[in-house]
Ligand binder design. Structure first.
Ligand code: EPU
Length: 444
């Protein structure tokens, strides 16, 4: 599916292009990759998907015209635009600048058809309750690699007096007056932290949130909310104190660079033994990946807003365990596994965030990788070479791992169902071609 970079409007009919598009709705594009070329040159990182999505939802908190700049042109940001439009907002893209007018919002319902295509649609729940005292938001359901509950979102909002009930698959709140509360998360959750932060900005009184996520996307959201007039203390720490205000005002803001896209390009350079500079990124957000790539033998040089990397001729095996930020991101687990698949020695990769996030394993195995999966631990024995083969993308990061593996596999790899990549990587094929990779996007 081609994204219209000039307008990215949501007024044209959109394909149901997120998690499970129908064959008639969207062309099933594939990537055909000729392996064996080292990446060289410079590449620019787009705005962060996972920062843009909550900020887009947060515009519901303040009636008026918001301007968000550097919004990545992805099917996920299109889906969030559709959710906002469904509620009555007007969304207009000019290039990467997105104007969202939330003064006309009348509906409080986010329907199943949209939420099922993108779980982050559930972000509208807190803002709707906070501004309108009501919401009817579909439960997202499972995802490609297993259950992803939203119980902490609901429990936390209920601690703030939301009185949410589940009715026929929808999370429903009626006649709600959110009250400040003290709430500690049992598990660090990016989504639930964002949800409660947004809700607390307009709640009555003080909310104290403990054990919050400190991912850069969360800090960025906090800064946007503060820019709208919210009173938030403790950004970047595990405890947030939010004093509710009566109203918020619209904002003009710029979305931070995508740390996972930046990290994916670094891993792509490392796996090909190439030398590239990743531009328009924040090295502090990518520190955990840079560290692991250095252990694997890459030379990594962070600069001002950019990171240079020279890959090793042969990567060394590394052990990686995912953890909440500033730990190694689960969103880089699959890509790192591709690198370990061709490293010298045996690597152990453990995902502690999502115990089932391993749909890339059988596909990497099709390319010749040797991976033994024991629960949430993958033992990867590096092989001398991978071989190109037809494989299937299964989710955003699993697809990215297949792309990386294909870049070094002997011969041709055809990756089908790349609508998953379109959810999270803007112009990935074009960017890789600019770096010298043999990548072609074809219609199946
Ligand atoms: N969890 C619960 N209950 C909840 C919420 C989360 O048990 O109500 C658990 C999850 O099952 C998981 C852990 O808490 O084990 C952390 O999940 P989190 O809530 O942090 O994940 P999320 O907010 O749903 C975001 C990103 C994901 C990323 C995770 C972890 C967005 C839109 N999504 O999801 O990104 O993997 O944080 O960092 O920000 C991706 O971009 O490919 C992606 C999946």
């Amino acid at each position: 599916m081609d994204v219209d970079r000039a307008t990215h409007t949501t007024t044209t009919p959109l394909a149901d292009d997120a998690s499970t598009p129908t064959a008639e709705a969207v062309p099933m594009d594939a990537l055909v990759i000729q392996g064996g070329r080292k990446l060289t040159g410079r590449v620019e990182v787009s705005g962060a998907k996972n920062a843009a999505l909550p900020v887009m939802a947060a515009t519901l908190l303040a009636p008026g015209v918001h301007t968000l700049r550097n919004v990545p042109l992805l099917s996920d940001t299109r889906t969030m635009s559709r959710v906002l439009e469904q509620l009555g907002a007007r969304v207009e893209f000019r290039g990467h600048a997105c104007k969202i007018d939330t003064s006309g919002v009348r509906s409080v319902e986010a329907p199943y058809d949209l939420v099922r295509t993108m779980r982050a649609s559930v972000y509208v729940l807190g803002p709707l309750l906070a501004r309108f005292g009501a919401a009817r938001v579909s439960l997202p359901g499972g995802c490609a690699w297993g259950p992803r509950p939203v119980n902490l979102h609901i429990e936390g909002l209920n601690a703030m007096n939301a009185g949410l009930e589940i009715e026929h698959g929808y999370i429903v709140g009626k006649d709600v007056r959110l009250q400040g509360a003290e709430y500690g998360f049992q598990t660090v959750s990016v989504g639930a932290t964002a949800q409660l932060m947004m809700a607390a900005t307009l709640a009555e009184g003080r909310t104290v949130l403990d054990n919050v996520a400190i991912e850069p996307d969360i800090t960025a959201l906090g800064e946007v909310l503060a820019g709208c007039g919210a009173r938030i203390e403790g950004l970047g720490t595990r405890r947030l104190t939010i004093d509710g205000v009566r109203e918020l005002k619209p904002i003009d803001t710029t979305i931070i660079p995508d740390r996972i896209e930046a990290a994916t390009f670094l891993a792509a350079a490392a796996i090909t033994g190439g030398s590239i500079t990743v531009e328009r990124c924040n090295a502090a957000h990518v520190a955990a990946t840079m560290h692991v790539l250095e252990l694997a033998g890459a030379e990594v040089l962070p600069g001002n807003g950019e990171i240079a990397i020279s890959g090793p001729t042969l990567a060394s095996a590394v052990n990686v365990t995912t953890a909440p930020f500033p730990g190694f991101p689960t969103d880089m687990q699959a890509q790192m596994m591709a690198l370990c698949a061709v490293a010298d020695g045996t690597s152990v990769i453990t995902d502690t965030i999502y115990l089932d996030r391993f749909t890339h394993v059988p596909e990497l195995t099709r390319l010749g990788a040797q991976i033994e999966l024991k629960g949430n631990v993958a033992i990867v024995t590096g092989v001398e070479r991978l071989q190109g083969a037809p494989v299937m993308a299964t989710d955003i990061r699993a697809s990215a791992a297949l792309v990386l593996a294909a870049l070094v596999a002997e011969g041709e790899t055809r990756i089908s169902r790349i609508y998953h990549l379109d959810r999270g990587y803007e112009g990935l094929a074009e960017k890789l071609v600019k770096l010298g990779a043999g990548v072609e996007r074809v219609q199946e």
